[in-house]
Design a protein around this ligand. Sequence first.
Ligand SMILES: Nc1ncnc2c1ncn2[C@@H]1O[C@H](COP(=O)(O)OP(=O)(O)O)[C@@H](O)[C@H]1O
Ligand SMILES: [Mg+2]
Length: 1017
Amino acid sequence: MENLELLAEPDLVGRENELETLQHYLDLAVQGKGTTVFVSGEAGSGKTRLVNEFLSASKQKRDINQLSGWCLSNSVIPYFPFMEAFNVYSSGYSKKGSSSGMRQGGLQQGLEKEGLVVDEELGLRAWLMGPGKTERKRELEELSPQAWKDSTFAAVTKALFSMSAKKPTILFIDDLQWADTASLTLLQYISRFIASEKVLILSTFRSEDLNPDSEGHPHPLADTLRLMSRENLYKEIKLQSLNRFSVSLLAEDMVGGHIQADLAEKLAVESQGNPLFIVESLKMLLEEGGLIQENDRWRLSTGKIGIPTKIKDILVRRLGVLKPAQRKMLEIASVIGYKFNPELLASVAAQDSLETLETLNSIEQSTSLVIGEGDMYRFDHGKYREALYEEISQPLRRAYHGRIAERIKSSRSAAGKLPVGDLAFHYAEAGNKEKAVKYSLDAGQEALKIYSGTEAIKHFRYVLDATTDIEKYADEMMIALEGLGDGLYAKGRCGEATEVFERLSKNTTSNSVKARALGKAIDASFFWGEYSRTLDYADRIVEYPELTPLERARVRFNRAKARAWGGEFVETSSAHYLKEMEESLRVFEGEYSLSDIHSTLLEMTTAYVSNDQLENAIAAAIRARALSEFSKNAGETAMVASWMSLTYSITKLEDEGLKALEDAIRVNEKISDPVSRAFVETTTYWMSGQLIEAKAASKLFSGLPLETMRSFGAGAKFKFFMSSLISGALRDFKQSLKAAIAQSLKGAACADETDSYFYKTFNYGNLVREYSLLGDIEHAEEYYKKLKKIFDDTSISGIFHSRAAYASVRATYFSSRKKWKEANQFHEEAIAIYDSGQIAGDRTMPIAGERQAYCWDLLQQGRFSDAKIQFEKAKRAMEDLDRRFEHSNVIGHIIGPARVKLGIEFNMRLDLINVAKNPAVLIQIEELVPSEFSIVSMQPSYNVQKNAAELEKKSLKPFTDDAITFTLKATKTGDFNLNPQLIYVNELGETKICKVDPISITVLPPDAVGSSQKGDA
Ligand SMILES: Nc1ncnc2c1ncn2[C@@H]1O[C@H](COP(=O)(O)OP(=O)(O)O)[C@@H](O)[C@H]1O
Ligand SMILES: [Mg+2]
């Protein structure tokens, strides 16, 4: 071919501004002000080229690290682009089981040179490859999905920052439109932290690909972009099409001479300034002899060949020059993917791998349709892969997919992890339903493990669609249904999750699955806001005899909490539900089922409040927090921290509440999935708005000199009273209201990411109240309408908290409109609901707060003596609460297995919680264990003598937990009680005794069956 040298890549044209912008962000990154920059544009607009050009130029100018990762269109391997970037991906196909996806040399050595110690890199590999892999398996098995994900995020960030600490670092990810959601959220996560790092993140995406899916759900990247823009986390460079001048320049550069005006015009019009179009059409024309040089100018050879109007037609025509063997090679490659392993290709083509490499090499030489990179190959442009793939006949395509799946599967060494997502995809495309179903289930579970709800939903949906009405797949269908429900719930799509769990509960033949499904339906429908369904599920959930003790405890707990939420105790009392929960908790503790313990404790906080056990409520929240830290689960920790603030707000410990929220916000930042994050975050902002407002209101209220005043009537007098006495305080109050509104608006935005009416109503409610108090009638009305609609359309008013909050919000809303009749009526209603038994009446803050607001409104109506009644009740309740947590007060709780075997070691945990504003001094624990047990070890290692542990006068700070863990061994069989007691000294120097609730342990002979230490959570 005579024009061979003309096929070389043209110089970059018309992108001066873009390069300058990129340079600007790199300069900032070098100064330690990192940014994430997206380069977007249609396929072929020159995104990859622009970034690559920039990368090589900056590499020459500066000493920087560069990491590059890709996204593959067919691949559903979580974190794939990051594995590529950090060079840890072990490709799906490898004969030796070696990591053949690695680009040998360069990067690997680079990483080591940068001082990224191999160990750290290996650690990174383990985290990215997911649970159940490598030597770290045992340690990691214990982590829950969310914990896994958080640690992965932390590991990647750490690796990146330890590189950038030494040298500015650019992380480039190409074709982000194909990224898995785990990678997208990781990208968002890192973007949040680079503002003060020497890191520049560059990423490209095809703007035309971000369409919603067939059900109308947004493209994952569109979701991520929206959330990232809310936090102002990225800059975008939108690539425009080349102008006419640049088109000519490009063309002249390619043909190596001037081009005739006609040709330039035609190219500009047909290509619409798309560089890929120009480059490919010129290559096509040159290959086909469609260009001739005349009078020093190139023009189209007359009449012979035109330029197709669609880029695909150009590509197809260029593919026409391939020899049959070459073409076949590339067709198979196109079925594998944009980037492919030549060994896999050879194996699928049933060819010698040397021969395959020779073929690829000659294609690369003569057409540059493919490009070799390390020991992998890729298509010159994704559009080629698409064009080739579309040209293959349907049956052949399927056969190739099937063959590829088989080869991938058989090539994995036993130790390697199967790329189940890839297998699921290829088997599905091959029409091999049985295998596609099998691997889709695996891939779905894997996605759930790392909280990639979107992928989980996709895989499980596939299984459900593929197995509809096919008898032999009944089991698979049930697994897929549950997985689908979990995936939906994780993303805050509570309504759909409820439907799915309900369907599962009806279709399953296993009572164990049925109980689990109903338990999940209870939660999903509750947060959805359909409380009548929650009750219905609670009625249907039954303690079937074949359930394990753990499952049975879950049934009891789920039933109790569902009913307790309603707050109308007709046949039973709230004490009954508290007892049910306490007993379930003991079972969960006996089985060491951490996540059960955790959710039960959170639930029990409100049950304790109902029973006026405020100290126990706080202790439960603090224990839940301690356990969530122990299980290193950021999702749970954040949830606890924000719910904890609820307990503190009920007990008028506003400062503690606000402190808990600061923790929650810090932990929230580590949560990965943007929508799950919204699910947790909405609680944080709701509580935050509420606490700021409550604190300010109490302050204003305490300044009211009502005790010493006499009636002053309504109207003008009242106004005078207000302005003369508390104008400064009122101004402060309004300032605080504005701060509260800012938080509540964030909470509402988060709730709107989900379909949870529960969260929406609490945040909208805050806004109605706060805008009303501020006198912003318009906004108050906007949110009032939204709130009212939810209460009219759903059965959320069945939930007692929601009903009470709604009445309270309405009272404030009507009072801001001076509609006193309604306002008074709703104040009375709110007080009555709070007083009905769920909350411990006058002793807690919600009811005192309501009286406070009511008093305010009565004053405005000139009803001075009625106001005074409310004033005094509220004041007394608040003073009670202020006193109640004054003196150091330690509560102890012990956890241990219910059954153990003789001579086998087991663990115990004793929590000491101080539920007071003053510290306690810990002296000693007596009666630590019965004499039939020996203490193997203890943490911290206190001195134990005569069965009493000396606590070295350790100080236990206000509202904190101190845990002692110890390992025991039984020396005798039988039933034993543990009832230790703690001696401590309060802040007044008085000695106090705290009796820990006893537990019993059954010691079985060593050969007994059925004892266990671990739960099956
Ligand atoms: N500004 C430009 N000047 C010269 N050639 C370009 C320019 N932009 C893109 N190209 C060429 O056009 C083709 C497609 O560009 P590419 O970067 O792969 O597109 P995208 O990544 O946007 O799909 C490549 O051959 C590239 O070299
Ligand atoms: Mg590209």
